[in-house]
Design a protein around this ligand. Structure first.
Ligand SMILES: NC(=O)c1ccc[n+]([C@@H]2O[C@H](COP(=O)([O-])OP(=O)(O)OC[C@H]3O[C@@H](n4cnc5c(N)ncnc54)[C@H](OP(=O)(O)O)[C@@H]3O)[C@@H](O)[C@H]2O)c1
Length: 326
């Protein structure tokens, strides 16, 4: 079968379109023929060798896809051959076939567009659990959202709008700012040209925001504390700009009298709890089916052009998700 693999980490020239053997499912696994594949920022991190859980090399990239069940292991009882499914949190999706543990494979109705299904699980589950399970966000509150025009950003805006929550988005271009507003953001700040702290204070009448969703880290976390309202919190969920450069103990201490806090979030902890994972996936699938949420697909490319997809992601031009077709 055709697959996208890396033999070493580095720039996009490490990405190779290769022929490899089709995998065979073990007892608790499922073999899926992929229909469409989502390109995630996690894939960019694996390519560069900076993902927190690095696979052994050579590795087939890809964390999520839609597809059809081709065969099931002997202990799998709740999935059948021919069923439409979504796969998530499983490496190896950049291929014509992928094997996944049955717990990471969710049935989806045949009627939902397979490209949308591929573009949706990781972004919307991440957004949903940050807003509701972790952030406990309430109607009328305001959040500050990094990478507002990206995959997770789009999902956060759409789910926040459904919950009556205001979003102030951050992005790097006016084009992406217009897009984030179309998705439902109340305000968008171009962090390259505007003073983020001053703008957030203006937009919140000096009160600050209740929740910051920060996927960048780097040198941004100290600034987040400046724009938090009393009793607000930061959810730090990514490293797009590298590990934090600040002394976080000192930063938290400087804001002691605001009762603020910072916590991390990773979707893997949701995947570990099958009940929460499965029930929240169903909620989101219903939203998708009812048109309450709509993943934005920036472009669909052939699987063979995965390297170009990664170049697009790295050049920060992508709005929503890129999708690969095997
Ligand atoms: N913790 C979890 O479970 C979890 C799950 C899913 C995703 N994530 C994280 O969430 C973030 C978004 O993921 P995604 O797949 O939806 O990607 P994405 O947001 O579509 O793409 C990344 C965006 O980050 C922004 N960015 C700002 N500074 C950057 C820098 N120094 N280097 C690269 N990008 C920079 C860019 O948008 P602007 O140009 O507009 O700034 C870029 O478009 C990633 O950090 C990812 O690792 C975490």
């Amino acid at each position: 079968m055709k697959a996208i693999q890396i033999n070493q980490t580095g720039d996009t020239d490490v990405i190779k379109y290769v022929d490899i053997e089709r995998p065979t499912p073990e007892k608790t696994q499922v073999l899926i023929k992929t229909s469409a594949i989502g390109v995630t920022y996690g894939d960019i991190m694996v390519q560069h060798g900076v993902y927190p859980i690095m696979p052994d090399l050579p590795a087939t990239l890809g964390f999520e896809c839609s597809g059809i069940v081709e065969s099931v292991g002997e202990d799998v009882t709740d999935l059948v051959v021919g069923q439409s499914v979504a796969v998530m949190g499983t490496m190896g999706c950049y291929a014509e076939y992928v094997v996944a543990d049955a717990t990471m494979v969710m049935p989806v109705p045949d009627s939902i567009d397979k490209d949308l299904v591929a573009a949706f699980p990781i972004t919307y589950l991440t957004a949903y659990h940050m807003l509701h399970s972790m952030g406990r966000i309430e109607k009328g509150q305001t959040i500050l959202l990094y990478a507002a025009a990206g995959g997770v950003g789009t999902a956060v805006i759409q789910l926040a709008r459904l919950a009556g929550v205001n979003v102030i988005g951050l992005t790097s271009s006016d084009d992406k700012a217009s897009y984030a507003k179309e998705q439902g953001a109340s305000h968008v700040i171009n962090y390259k040209t505007e003073d983020v702290v001053q703008r957030v204070k203006e937009l919140t009448d000096g009160k600050g925001v209740n929740l910051v969703l920060n996927s960048l880290a780097g040198n941004t976390l100290a600034r987040d504390f400046e724009v938090l309202a009393n009793m607000g919190q930061i959810i730090w969920f990514g490293f797009s700009a590298g590990y934090p450069q600040e002394n976080l103990t000192e930063v938290v201490g400087n804001h002691f009298m605001k009762s603020t806090g910072i916590r991390t979030f990773t979707l893997y902890n949701i995947f570990e709890n099958q009940e929460i994972f499965s029930s929240s996936f169903k909620v989101l699938l219903n939203y998708l089916n009812e048109g309450k949420i709509k993943p934005h697909i920036h472009e669909i490319l052939p699987l063979a052009e995965a390297a170009r997809a990664h170049q697009l992601m790295e050049s920060s031009v992508v709005k929503g998700r890129l999708v690969l077709k095997p």
